[in-house]
Design a protein. Structure first.
Length: 270
């Protein structure tokens, strides 16, 4: 779901990328299972937790139909920077929106590493998301482990590069920033809760100080799974999940943990 204008942001955000792990039918089965969970989940139904799932593109229309009925948004794991034209094999934001997508992932470490996407391309794709009414899930993260201060400096530079480029092409809107330290992606364990919390606090303060980004939120990805959200500072709005949420029951556990954290209103000092 995308937020209407002047609507306060949700209290938490949980996103799932299926990457290219599932075929078409398994993607649809997963969406049905997740929708069944969401229908029964009070925090999802109330809008306190914003949930989105990013399947492979061929599954998007059916995923949007199934998940939309349960209050869950969908979108794509990539987008082209132009809306239409002679770009063989690419898919523009206009088509994503027409198929029911409401979100688009941009700047993931795999796109940067495997496909050579740089700050310029990521900024163009972010602009394409904005102008087509899609919420960009802007992935940022340092390559190697260091101090939180070094991570904040690296990631704010990535945020500014994307949003400045996008802002030069049109108005910017709410952004979900996914902090994913590249050294933690695919690792057996995520970064430590204290490290994650410190970095996300810095990124949250920075991004929400930018024009048009007052309602933006920062979530954590990078080997995130059940148990993590309970250990994080509430500055971390939620999680961007990969393989550890490809089991619907694991996702349910994470939603339950997120709802419990919201209910408790606790804050873990980092």
């Amino acid at each position: 779901m995308s937020l209407p204008a002047n609507t306060p942001p949700p209290k938490a955000v949980i996103g799932v990328s299926l990457k290219m792990y599932f075929g078409y039918q398994r993607s649809i089965d997963y969406c049905r299972d997740v929708a069944s969970i969401a229908f029964k989940h009070a925090a999802v139904a109330s809008g306190d937790i914003e949930v989105f799932v990013l399947p492979s593109l061929p599954a998007l229309p059916e995923a949007a139909r199934i998940l939309g009925a349960a209050g869950i948004g969908t979108g794509t794991q990539d987008i082209f920077w132009e809306d239409e034209g002679p770009y063989t094999g690419e898919v523009g934001g206009k088509t994503v929106a027409e198929l029911g997508g409401r979100y688009v992932e941009v700047g993931h470490a795999e796109r940067r590493r495997i496909f050579g996407e740089d700050d310029r391309i990521i900024g163009l794709k972010t602009a394409a998301a904005y102008r087509n009414g899609l919420t960009p899930v802007l992935c940022v993260g340092e390559l190697t482990a260091g101090s939180p201060e070094e991570a904040i400096a690296h990631c704010t530079a990535e945020i500014d590069a994307a949003l400045n480029r996008a802002g030069s092409l049109g108005p910017t809107k709410r952004t979900i920033v996914a902090y994913e330290p590249q050294w933690a992606i695919g690792a057996p364990q995520p970064a430590t809760p204290a490290y994650i919390s410190a970095v996300v606090r810095g990124l949250d303060q920075h991004v929400r100080s930018l024009p048009g980004q007052e309602d933006s939120q920062v979530i954590y990805g990078g080997s995130a799974g059940p148990g993590l959200i309970t250990e994080l500072d509430t500055a971390v709005a939620g999680l961007f999940l990969g393989r550890f949420a490809h089991d619907p029951e694991a996702l349910k556990t994470i939603l339950d943990e997120t709802a419990a954290r919201l209910a408790a209103g606790t804050k873990v000092a980092a």
